[in-house]
Design a protein around this ligand. Structure first.
Ligand SMILES: Cc1cc2nc3c(=O)[nH]c(=O)nc-3n(C[C@H](O)[C@H](O)[C@H](O)COP(=O)(O)O)c2cc1C
Length: 334
């Protein structure tokens, strides 16, 4: 066995002691949990998002909320959470951010979650002033309208990034969905609009249908390692094509998932589902096993591994393209 491997990495210009970031979600809400996460070895934490919808409510009451969504396809605004249902009111969010900055040593990444440019993005500046080390902008847009073109959807994304960028000097990560007609092109334009990093990918939570009650049912199914493959492909494709940090989110459960993501090109990974399942201590187990893997394979550092299996560096880049599909569909014999 060789010496203790160096797991440090740089993400959004932040020096992280290892690549494991706690992703946006409820884990950052509870003070005790955050301390346990830091003790278990988390390298950074992304806070639960502040949502555009709640910021509209905060700014000018219910009317603004209706207005913001009045145009959208069949969106019944009564279906949205009321202001009190959001985990943190904006003021409490800023307070929690200040507490986090005072109480833990790891970088804290605040999160805004929305789908349109405009006044609500000014909250980015408040997050910066409250001490966030970086900001993550989650553009969670299901794009379900039939009268909206791909170009229009992309323009709204880019305008939103431009708005946020214009009010902060903090590093900015943009969390994307994989459902763009030309994702590589969108990624590049997001970086040109001001993103310092891309977070791949949002998991869209699909509503289920209850045929007995004739109702839609909101379901939250946690991810599994199966979710990772889509991310690996795009990390590998984008690693050498965009001048930005890359983080993987979606499907990081096992130590090997972290290693594969770094090999594909991730600077860091974000973990939520597996921590919700196993608790903060799971980070300690991941890190211990990652260190052992590095030692067993005679690797010294994350830096050495990063992007070694990106499209540019892997022995068979066609595997990330149509070649993989042809091979798979021809290979199944009955
Ligand atoms: C309960 C829950 C709450 C979440 N809240 C947010 C959020 O506020 N903002 C956000 O950008 N992502 C949110 N996410 C998405 C996660 O950050 C993450 O991208 C997704 O769960 C995929 O990672 P995983 O496979 O490790 O769970 C949430 C996920 C879960 C399960």
């Amino acid at each position: 066995m060789n010496a203790e491997p160096d797991l440090s990495t740089t993400y959004l210009g932040l020096e992280l002691k290892n690549p494991i970031i706690v992703g946006a979600g409820p884990l950052g809400d509870c003070r005790e949990t955050v301390i346990a996460l830091e003790q278990a070895g988390a390298a950074a934490l992304v806070m639960h998002s502040l949502f555009e919808e709640q910021l509209h409510l905060e700014m000018s009451g219910r009317e603004a909320h209706l207005e913001a969504h009045g145009e959208s396809f069949g969106e019944a605004t009564s279906y949205f959470p009321a202001a009190y249902e959001y985990t943190f009111k904006p003021e409490r969010y800023l307070e929690h951010l200040r507490w986090l900055k005072k109480s833990v040593g790891i970088p804290i990444i605040a999160s805004l979650n929305g789908t349109t440019p405009g006044g609500w993005t000014l909250y980015a500046e408040m997050l910066q002033d409250a001490g966030a080390d970086a900001l993550e902008l989650n553009f969670y847009y299901p794009a379900i309208r039939v009268d909206e073109s791909a170009a229009e959807v992309e323009k709204v994304l880019l305008d939103t990034i431009t708005d946020v960028r214009s009010v902060i000097s903090l590093p900015l990560a943009v969390k994307l969905s994989p459902f763009y007609t030309s994702l590589g092109h969108v990624a590049r334009r997001a970086v040109s609009a001001g993103a310092d990093g891309l977070v791949l990918f949002n998991r869209f939570y699909q509503p289920d249908i209850d045929p007995e009650k004739m109702e839609t049912v909101s379901t939250l199914r946690l991810s599994s390692s199966n979710d990772l493959l889509l991310r690996l492909r795009w990390l590998a494709a984008l690693r050498d094509k965009v001048d930005a940090s890359l983080a993987c989110t979606g499907g990081i459960h096992q130590p090997i998932d972290v290693i594969k993501s770094v090999l594909a090109g991730a600077d860091a990974v974000q973990v939520v589902s597996s921590l919700l399942k196993h608790g903060p201590e799971h980070i300690e187990i991941l890190l211990k096993k990652i260190r052992s893997w590095f030692q067993e394979h005679y690797y010294d550092s994350v830096h050495q591994l990063k992007g070694a299996m990106s499209m540019r560096h892997c022995p068979e880049p066609a595997a990330y393209e149509r070649g993989n599909y042809l091979k798979i569909v021809q290979g199944w014999k009955i």
